[in-house]
Design a protein around this ligand. Structure first.
Ligand SMILES: O=C(O)c1ccc[n+]([C@@H]2O[C@H](COP(=O)([O-])O)[C@@H](O)[C@H]2O)c1
Ligand SMILES: Cc1cc2nc[nH]c2cc1C
Length: 350
């Protein structure tokens, strides 16, 4: 598995898309990074007629054994409660996805209890992960199963006609696992990539940094082996999102990055197959300090700098209406021809 057919963006669709932008009656390139994003989606979809009509946010939900080390403000029971709230339609992502016209798909990929509310995709691999301070989070078999799960979900969504997928997660403790993975992959000190997650005091943050350092010392992952780093220090939520990104590459679907946990998954996917970055759409720069370092390494430019730190796919959902708005200009604006302006002649000096 993880053998992905060789894929390339459709460069002629991208050239057509760029030409289309340049014919629109407005200053050339004036929608900035948004123009680049639409051109990238044209390359992914293989046509300048970009279509992101049918949208979904897939939320990978799971528990993390490291919560036992007092690295979080709430206990792990919150993971299951919030996941059930996704299915009830009463969490933040439900409100934002409704405003954006996106379907919310919560996935139980490793929550530590059985869920009782209908409407959650049951892809549970085990009841939470191991405590990374004292053991590996997952076996390699479990990691591969989680990555495959994400890839299969993308395939199914593509078959159902979805055109763009937002990544999301819910998992108390997952900023601890994410910071551990980021520290190893980026070869940066733990304190430079670790923040307060869903809310910690300064003392709590110090303990979190100490626990992550202990986890790296104990597990000793090889930084050159992304799946090993993921198995030893990550979680099912992160692994499931790695699968979403690799699925985007495999099935030519744009996959939107959310916050820091989703960004760490994007970094892992990129280390597994660098081509995956061509299918990733950045949304926002999370408040957590690892985010900026990851975006720099991926060479991606988020469009929202709002200090968000919510997760659930909310940042990805925030991007959808912005893309829809920009696509209105792309599809329906007047062109230079329509308004009888010869754009380039103004620069003629004869
Ligand atoms: O998306 C982010 O950048 C982000 C930053 C901080 C916290 N979160 C959310 O908060 C939870 C993890 O925080 P913590 O403190 O339990 O590690 C998890 O459910 C995430 O969805 C998310
Ligand atoms: C209530 C709550 C909602 C969340 N959504 C994502 N992470 C979260 C953490 C908490 C604590």
């Amino acid at each position: 598995m993880l053998e992905i057919r060789e894929r390339n963006l459709d460069h002629s669709a991208m050239i057509d898309s760029k030409k289309h932008w340049d014919n629109i009656a407005k200053p050339i390139g004036s929608l900035g990074v948004f123009e680049d994003l639409i051109i990238k989606i044209a390359g992914i979809q293989g046509s300048k007629n970009v279509d992101i009509g049918k949208k979904a946010v897939v939320i990978m939900c799971s528990d993390n054994g490291v919560v036992k080390e007092n690295v979080t403000q709430t206990d792990s029971s919150v993971t299951a409660i919030v996941t059930e709230n996704f299915a009830k339609g009463i969490a933040s992502i439900n409100q934002m996805a409704a405003a954006a016209g996106a379907k919310v798909i919560p996935v139980d990929i490793g929550i530590n209890r059985d869920l009782t509310v209908p409407g959650i995709m049951n892809r549970k691999i085990s009841y939470g992960t191991g405590n990374i301070a004292k053991e590996a989070a997952m076996t390699m078999e479990q990691v591969l199963k989680a990555v495959e799960t994400g890839m299969e979900i993308v395939k199914d969504l593509k078959d159902e006609g979805y055109k763009i997928i937002g990544t999301g997660e819910m998992g108390i403790g997952n900023t601890t696992t994410s910071s551990a993975v980021a520290s190893v992959l980026l070869n940066l000190p733990v304190r430079e990539v670790t923040g307060k997650g869903a809310g910690l005091s300064e003392v709590g943050l110090k303990n979190k940094i100490r626990v992550i350092e202990e986890a790296i010392r104990f597990n000793r992952p090889d930084p050159g082996k992304p799946l090993e780093v993921l198995a030893k220090l990550g979680g099912y939520d992160i692994a499931g999102m790695v699968g979403l990104y690799l699925g985007g590459l495999e099935h030519s679907i744009p996959v939107v990055i959310d916050g820091v946990i989703s960004s760490v998954a994007a970094l892992l996917a990129a280390r597994i197959n660098r081509e995956a970055v061509n299918y990733m759409i950045p949304s926002h720069m999370s408040k957590e300090p690892a985010s900026i370092k990851i975006m720099e390494e991926l060479g991606l430019t988020p469009v929202v700098y709002g200090n968000l730190a919510l997760g659930e796919g909310t940042g990805a959902a925030l991007l959808f209406p912005l893309l829809d708005m920009v696509l209105k200009v792309y599809h329906f604006n007047s062109t230079f021809e329509n308004i009888n302006v010869k754009a380039y002649e103004r620069f003629d000096t004869k």
